[in-house]
Ligand binder design. Structure first.
Ligand SMILES: [Zn+2]
Ligand SMILES: [Zn+2]
Length: 141
């Protein structure tokens, strides 16, 4: 027996379901994977998920990782400015951090070059500390 009659969920409800799903997954996921994840929570229409994702990104609660074409929950909802990501190619872990110095440098270059910045993507790809350590152990064995 359904515990609740079917009713339309508000945008705020949808956003909450989606950000909770992203946080629960704790790793970058494709929109497709996210749609599968929230299906059981009454959010089924892909356009609904895309709209909610856009709102979450605009509000700084989620980020889009361009190089992975994936979405991830924001690690620190109150950070100012743009986030920088370090993505481990081995285990998929994403570390989010602020680097206002790097961003200031890029902005001042753009200003000097009279380049109008539309978007800025700062993503480091490589291997995280634990994957490097695991590799070192394997090599020694
Ligand atoms: Zn963030
Ligand atoms: Zn790793």
């Amino acid at each position: 027996m359904p515990h609740k009659p079917t009713k339309r969920r508000s945008a705020a409800d949808q956003d909450k379901i989606i950000v909770d799903a992203l946080r629960g997954l704790g790793r970058p996921v494709s929109a497709y994977e996210l749609i599968e994840e929230v299906r059981g929570h009454g959010v089924t229409a892909p356009p609904t998920v895309y709209r909610a994702l856009q709102r979450l990104i605009d509000d700084g609660l989620a980020h889009r990782l361009e190089s992975l074409n994936a979405f991830v929950a924001c690690n620190h909802p109150h950070h100012a400015g743009k986030a920088v990501f370090a993505i481990c190619d081995t285990c998929g872990t994403v570390a989010e951090f602020d680097s206002s110095a790097a961003i200031k440098n890029l902005q001042s270059w753009a200003k000097g070059a009279e380049f109008q910045v539309r978007s800025m993507t700062l993503e480091l790809r490589g291997r995280c500390k634990s994957c490097v350590a695991a590799d070192a152990v394997q090599t020694r064995a």
